[in-house]
Design a protein around this ligand. Structure first.
Ligand code: G3P
Length: 218
């Protein structure tokens, strides 16, 4: 399973790149606003750092406007994936941009019918928002299960399931168990995935015992 970071904070991304943990990045207008930086500067920097799919979201709501914005975003880098919302105009824009060879991530997906139509429109990635469904007492991972099952019935579907709105490590575990292609996660969740108190305790114990030998490896 691929791991994307869901952030526009290039400093945060840099921390995890060296460990080979980052396969791509997703941003959205909120994350760009939170970064306090220019969209084009951030996407350019992320493309140079990660060299994997970088999602940049359009802000137009009409399909022609989405296509115009998407073409401009795609010019930033070959890694740019244009994010469009799962609306009728978004599906039309997706179909148009895909036909021009531009990668498209269809976002704000909340149902399996939406995901089926995004695949029909040729989306490169579909982003179901599991956390926001959980927030209203609907099991978000059940949606992922449905989408993975539906897509598996049709080998002609090449759309990759990109699990988004991830709130904690168990979302990542369930996504992997269901066979989702990608999770996009906040850096906080990635840090939680690494940490375990027994690892810290065991390491402390090893080092204390090693130090008692008075030896040094170097
Ligand atoms: O990529 C979509 C993601 O940023 C949305 O997450 O936590 O705002 O639902 P959240």
């Amino acid at each position: 399973m691929k791991i994307f970071l869901d952030t526009a904070d290039t400093n945060e991304v840099r921390k995890f790149l060296d460990a080979g943990l980052v396969d791509g990045i997703t941003t959205n207008p909120t994350l760009i606003a939170n970064s306090g930086r220019n969209l084009f500067e951030v996407i350019t920097e992320l493309s140079q750092m990660v060299m994997g799919p970088i999602s940049a979201e359009v802000t137009a709501t009409d399909w022609q406007g989405m296509v115009t914005e998407g073409r401009k975003l795609a010019k930033i880098s070959k890694y740019v994936t244009v994010k469009v919302p799962l609306t009728f105009d978004g599906l039309k824009a997706c179909h148009a941009l895909i036909s021009e060879g531009i990668m498209v991530n269809v976002t704000l997906c909340f149902s399996s019918t939406q995901a089926l139509l995004a695949a029909k429109a040729g989306a490169t990635f579909i982003s179901p928002f599991v956390g926001r469904l959980d927030d209203i007492s609907i099991n978000g991972m059940k949606l992922i299960e449905k989408i993975c099952n539906i897509y598996a019935n049709y080998p002609s579907i090449n759309t990759q399931v990109l699990v988004a709105s991830v709130r904690h490590p168990l979302h990542v575990v369930e996504a992997a168990q269901l066979g989702a292609d990608i999770v996009t996660i906040p850096t906080k969740v990635l840090e939680q995935m690494i940490k375990h108190p027994l690892t810290d305790k065991g390491l402390e114990s090893f080092l204390n015992d090693w130090n008692s030998t008075g030896q040094s490896i170097l």
